[in-house]
Design a protein around this ligand. Structure first.
Ligand SMILES: Nc1ncnc2c1ncn2[C@@H]1O[C@H](COP(=O)(O)OP(=O)(O)OP(=O)(O)O)[C@@H](O)[C@H]1O
Length: 311
């Protein structure tokens, strides 16, 4: 795989934190792909150490492809990853754990047996950390994995991933099989693990509404390309809603990302210019901030509309 270990000190990210992973020009074209298109194209971003990054995008956007490349399970067609040669992973680099959507557990192995497999397969292993997670979620150690529910199997996968003491934890739709209570508990526990250990988390999800207070960074993918990447607070601060009477153009500065109209009202979601504060708008126009969900939906609707225009 195209993986580089960076020599010397780690590059710092824009928010001043060390970088744990740098992705440059990453692309993937599947061999024999139906229409020879790229599943992932020209992706460049960094993951700051200790950050929790949400990877969001429509079905087929390339999220699993990206995570699989980062996990070393797929070879990129273009570009490369750079992991620092020093840091939490020790002199031999970062340790990456991947919890995939499918659950690679042996049906007839007990949960305790699966932990042993984890211990054998990983150079670094923290049995107590894995056990702590299973106890926290009442997963019986003596139960065969094939007799666990989908959500319980997901918990075993989390436990094995955490037992490997990753410096980077990659999660592909981690809470999709969990009930609402388990979702919020797992999310909270993962954040605690990340805060306690300095672990960096990258998780793909479709549930943008549940990301508030969880993720601090965003990677937004559409049709294999990165639409937005960066600190969520900064992305949201750089966007604004203008709300007012029906109009064709917004009443203030900014590049329109998405506009919606009724007979007597218009709402413009704009990307603000980089320089200077935004002047106040004249009544009856008002402004209001953009939520993460509104930002993501506007960006995706824009791409879909552009795609319809091309078709
Ligand atoms: N093994 C494969 N061979 C050929 N094409 C593939 C393969 N795996 C994925 N693709 C294609 O690559 C694109 C990206 O797929 P990927 O699974 O990465 O998307 P995703 O964002 O994870 O989707 P979802 O949200 O539905 O899980 C899709 O068009 C998909 O059809």
């Amino acid at each position: 795989m195209n993986l580089k270990l960076a020599a010397g000190s780690d590059p710092a990210t824009t928010d001043g934190r060390d970088t744990v992973l740098t992705v440059t020009g990453l692309g993937k074209r599947y061999r024999g792909g139906r229409d020879n298109t790229w599943a992932l194209r020209d992706c460049s971003f960094t993951l700051p150490a200790g950050s929790v990054t949400a990877l969001v995008g429509m079905n087929g956007a390339g999220k699993t492809t990206l995570l699989s490349i980062l996990a070393g399970l797929l070879t990129p067609t273009a570009g490369h990853l750079t992991l620092p040669s020093t840091g939490q992973g020790g002199a031999d680099g970062a340790r990456i754990a991947f919890v995939a959507q499918e659950k690679p557990l042996y049906r007839y192995f007990s949960v305790a047996d699966m932990l042993q497999v984890g211990a054998r397969l990983n150079r670094v292993w923290d049995q107590e950390r894995a056990l702590r997670w299973l106890r926290r979620f009442d997963i019986p150690l003596d139960r065969a994995c094939g007799r666990l529910s989908g959500g319980q199997q997901a918990q075993v996968n989390f436990a094995i991933a955490l037992g490997s003491r990753p410096s980077v934890l990659l999660l592909d739709e981690p809470v999709s099989t969990l009930d609402p209570l388990a979702r919020s508990e797992v999310t909270a526990e993962l954040l605690t693990e990340a805060a306690d250990t300095g672990m960096t988390v990258l998780l793909s999800t479709h549930v943008v509404g549940e990301l508030v207070g969880v993720a601090d960074h965003l990677l937004l993918l559409a049709k294999g390309r990165l639409l937005a990447a960066g600190e969520i607070d900064t992305l949201l601060e750089n966007h604004l809603h203008y709300v007012g009477p029906r109009a064709d153009v917004p009443p203030g500065p900014g590049q329109v990302v998405w506009a919606s109209h009724t007979d007597n009202q218009s709402v413009f979601l704009v990307r603000l210019p980089e320089t200077g504060p935004v002047p106040p708008v004249d009544a009856p126009w008002t402004t209001r901030p953009v939520t993460l969900e509104e930002f993501v939906l506007a960006q995706l609707k824009k791409v879909r509309t552009a795609g319809e225009g091309e078709a």
